[in-house]
Design a protein around this ligand. Structure first.
Ligand code: PLP
Length: 409
């Protein structure tokens, strides 16, 4: 399989290696669909019966079907649109758990999961936190050992946004199903990178964001709620249907959707997912992981660079993010040098995952530097990143040596 070589729009002047935060640029079809749809049919969907309104409603329905099929769901109405995956995770967590309920989770989680769970913990919920090992994987048996007869849910990340490791969700999901424990899976990083199918992962609820590898715009996301799984409504509002009813609607998708949807966003997400389907997950993943391997090998050979959980682990999948630090430098300084001196955009800091950095011991240096490779990256980007980090690491070494020598004088 050959590497992709997707054209980068001339407006993009930077070497963008921050695709873990959001994919950029988007496929041309995403910009075009958002623009033309919003100009020609940007009306409130499902609120009236005029033609444009029906057209807007049809776009929302089509996108539900598209995403339902993408995630291997059976009922498009169980595909709920939200503002992003933080929103979806909040709806899933607060709609599944009450203060006092026991829940199991991991140290790999994003604040989108951690903060709702910490709040629940403050309100009396016992939360079991399972750590990951030195390779970046959570032992599924350790998660299962934490299940109690009264456990209500297991909430966890499919792919780590810092380490790139893809967890064995299927084994954990199967154990949840046997015990009647709700399995809520955060697929924010994995969706669009590796296959994410509800049944293969034995998930009850998949929470996704639209603006990463699904290639949609920011402000889009959602969840797929398996049939038979009921979420408590934690909000109420307009749905455009059954307006006389005083209670918010019970039926999906309205049960979990509140107010006017992000129509231009949904148009863009539709184009993004269609683009991913056309290119094929396998081709995209092959491209991204080939570049990732090149980057990992290049960085691993640089004196003073410390990579986190980047060794290949046979039998385990990963996605194309890579985190590291340079000896003697704060992560943020490396990010600034990459930007200013090498025109490379990356992410530095704690990546909204404080527990990952506590485990890695990187909180003291304010996190790590993260490269996130996307479909639009080319081999030259990776080579530039390796060269940039090599120069930065060599500079840090020279400075350290100078300081040492001065101290001796
Ligand atoms: C693993 C994971 N979960 C949740 C989120 C939250 O996504 P959003 O900001 O789109 O809500 C992110 C975003 O970085 C993430 O990487």
């Amino acid at each position: 399989m050959t590497l992709l070589r997707l054209p980068i729009p001339p407006e993009v002047k930077v070497i963008y290696l921050d695709n873990g935060a959001t994919s950029f640029p988007k496929p041309q079809a995403v910009y075009e669909r958002m623009d033309t749809f919003y100009r020609s049919a940007g009306v409130n969907p499902g609120r009236s019966g005029f033609d444009l309104c029906l057209e807007a409603g049809a776009l929302v329905d089509d996108t539900r079907k598209l995403l339902c099929a993408f995630f291997g769901g059976t009922d498009p109405n169980r595909l709920v649109f939200t503002a992003n995956s933080t929103d979806a995770l909040n709806l899933a967590i607060w709609g599944s758990l009450r203060p006092g309920d026991h829940v199991v989770t991991t140290h790999l989680e994003h604040n989108a999961t951690l903060r709702p769970l910490w709040k629940l913990q403050q309100e009396g919920s016992p939360v079991d936190w399972v750590d990951f090992d030195d390779t970046g994987y959570v032992d599924p048996q350790e998660v299962i050992r934490r299940f109690r007869p009264e456990t209500k849910a297991c909430v966890m990340n499919h792919a780590s946004n810092v380490l790139g490791t893809v967890q064995d969700a299927a084994t954990i999901g199967a154990a949840c199903r046997e015990r009647g424990i709700r399995f809520i899976l955060d697929v924010s990083q994995s969706a669009g990178m590796v296959p994410v199918k509800l049944d293969e992962l034995n998930a009850d609820i998949l929470c996704f964001t639209g603006h990463k590898s699904l290639m949609g715009p920011m402000g889009t996301g959602g969840m797929y709620v398996r049939e038979g799984v009921e979420l408590r409504r934690t909000r109420a509002g307009g749905t455009g249907v059954k307006s006389v009813q005083r209670e918010h609607l019970d039926e999906y998708p309205y049960r979990m959707e509140y107010g006017t949807p992000n129509l231009p966003g949904i148009a863009g997400l539709n184009a993004g997912v269609t683009w991913v389907n056309q290119l094929g997950l396998e081709a995209i993943h092959h491209h991204e992981m080939s570049l990732w391997t090149r980057l990992r090998n290049g960085l691993a050979g640089i004196d003073g660079v410390r990579l986190y959980c980047a060794q290949d682990q046979p039998g385990h999948q990963r996605i194309s993010v890579l985190s590291f630090n340079v000896d003697g430098l704060e992560a943020a300084d490396v990010g600034t040098m990459l930007d200013v001196d090498h025109n490379i955009a990356c992410r530095t800091g704690l990546h909204c995952t404080p527990m990952v950095h506590e485990h890695l011991g990187t909180v003291v240096r304010h996190g790590a530097v993260r490269f996130g490779i996307g479909a639009f990256n080319h081999e030259e980007h990776v080579l530039a990143a390796i060269a940039g980090v090599r120069e930065i690491a060599a500079g840090a070494k020279r400075r350290a040596k100078r300081v040492e020598t001065e101290a001796l004088v």
